[in-house]
Design a binder for this molecule. Structure first.
Ligand code: FE
Length: 472
């Protein structure tokens, strides 16, 4: 029995052969795709409870954002001008996040989901690096919102168990001196005991992680500067035990280069046994050829946070050499306040363009590869190759439908080219996640037409938050 038939569309399957089916259809049964093929065959073979005639629109796998931050969205558009990584982190992000209450986190989550769904995102990996383990109410409220909105999420539970060393403390003092009136939470805020962090992570996984459902929880050691080797190893063991992954910010800024003496960040992770297919490393900007070889050899996945890296002027990861060497690479929008969007396709376009210019080689990072990095490669990078990332029978029915019949996309003889280089995010009309329609004709079902109210509340909450954090 077919529940839903999407028919009369161009299906960009992203299967192994990157098949594109014109006049195609997708049959959905329960939360899975039950058939994909020519519309006339599927219409004859199925008797769906509901038929969505999509009239020539383009159907893609739901996009996967492999590295992002949610609560920070309320700070969008403010205070990133002229600030480098640590200036932004210590003087803007951390003080403001520290001020946020559960209601504000929930509102941020709602706004985030609306924007993500409207851009065709069905899965995102949240790095909650500002998690306060003494108060999990914000986490619970956010997870409730994701559930209500019907999106698929990975919640990376941020772990910090290492007080900063002298050099890092000095960096904090120097950078925070620029904004003395901001209530800085301090360089060792949120630092907890290693065992407590790991035990609390287990409790979160056991309560919220649902392998058959839409919600996952991963241990997320925040950065190498704020996490011990014991926590990194413990997180990796937990990932093995619960069949999840770990995610960590690695080698983002110049200050992290050789922070462990002669060892690079990647060599250090290799030495402590934390490279491998359970590790998803965000950034990896400051990496050299040897690091790239280690990543490739160990099967470690990297998330390329291209646009955020450019905005904070850290440079960007050597993605061309990573792809050449076979490093599995996904794309993350990272912070919505550094981007300024959570739309993976706009970042895929940036990635496909920037590396060509940087290398003076139009052959690097083709559009198809960039599209893979937000669909099938991202699914593999987050350990979900068998269920997500392409439109194939048996996979989860996570699907976005786009209308490319727009002046800025005319003509578009190659849908993948148009998706990567031409879309603006406003073309997504309908989104299904786990077989359920979560957006139809750009109306998000989880907010009951309350979009203006959510936007007004987010604007008001952001103003209040910035005032309380005294950020100027
Ligand atoms: Fe990040």
């Amino acid at each position: 029995m077919t529940d839903t038939l999407l028919t009369n569309g161009t299906i960009v399957t992203q299967d192994e052969n990157r098949r594109i089916i014109t006049d195609g259809a997708v049959a959905i049964t329960g939360n899975r795709i039950s058939d994909v093929g020519p519309a006339d065959r599927l219409e004859a073979d199925t008797s769906p409870a509901r038929t969505l005639d999509i009239d020539g629109r383009v159907v893609i796998p739901g996009l996967i954002n492999a590295h992002t931050h949610v609560s920070d969205i309320l700070l969008r558009g403010a205070f990133t001008q002229d600030r480098g990584l640590y200036d932004w982190l210590f003087n803007v992000k951390q003080p403001a996040l520290f001020e946020m209450g559960p209601e504000e986190h929930a509102l941020a989550a709602r706004l985030y989901c609306i924007e993500a769904l409207r851009s065709g995102t069905t899965t995102f990996v949240e790095n909650d690096t500002a998690l306060d383990w003494t108060d999990l109410e914000p986490t619970r409220r956010k997870l409730d919102v994701y559930d209500e909105m019907g999106v698929r999420n990975v919640y990376g539970a941020g772990i910090r168990d290492l007080a900063p060393d002298e050099g890092f403390e000095q960096l904090f003092e120097d950078v925070t001196a620029r904004d003395p009136d901001v209530p800085h939470p301090g360089p060792d805020a949120l630092v907890v005991e290693t065992d407590d962090a790991l035990e609390d992570t287990v409790a979160l996984i056991e309560e919220f992680h649902d392998p058959a459902g839409r919600q996952s929880v991963w241990p997320a050691p925040a950065t190498l500067a704020t996490t011990t080797a014991d926590a990194l190893r413990g997180a990796y063991r937990l990932a093995e035990r619960y069949d999840v992954m770990t995610t960590t910010h690695v080698a983002e800024a110049k200050a992290e280069v050789r922070e462990r003496g002669a060892l690079s960040s990647i060599e250090y992770l290799r030495n402590i046994g934390c490279l491998g297919d359970r590790a998803l490393l965000g950034h990896c900007v400051q990496t050299d050829a040897r690091d790239v070889r280690l990543l490739a050899r160990s099967g470690t996945a990297v998330v390329h946070n291209y646009r955020a890296n450019m905005r904070l002027a850290t440079g960007f990861a050597p993605v061309v050499s990573m792809l050449d060497k076979g490093v599995l690479t996904a794309i993350g929008t990272d912070n919505s306040i550094l981007n300024d969007t959570v739309n993976p396709l706009s970042d895929a376009g940036g990635v496909a363009t920037a590396h060509k210019g940087f290398h003076r080689d139009p052959g690097v990072v083709p559009a198809q590869r960039a599209f893979d990095m937000v669909t099938r490669d991202a699914a593999t990078a987050i350990g979900r190759a068998d269920t997500l990332g392409s439109i194939e029978s048996g996979k989860q029915a996570d699907i976005a439908v786009l209308d490319l019949d727009e002046p800025h996309l005319t003509p578009s003889p190659d849908p993948v080219h148009a998706l990567v280089y031409g879309t603006r995010g406003s073309e997504v009309e309908t989104v299904l996640c786990a077989g359920t329609v979560v957006m139809e004709d750009r109306e998000i079902t989880g907010i009951d037409g309350e979009l203006p109210a959510v936007l007004a509340a987010a604007t008001a909450a952001a103003e209040d938050l910035v005032g309380r954090a005294n950020i100027a």
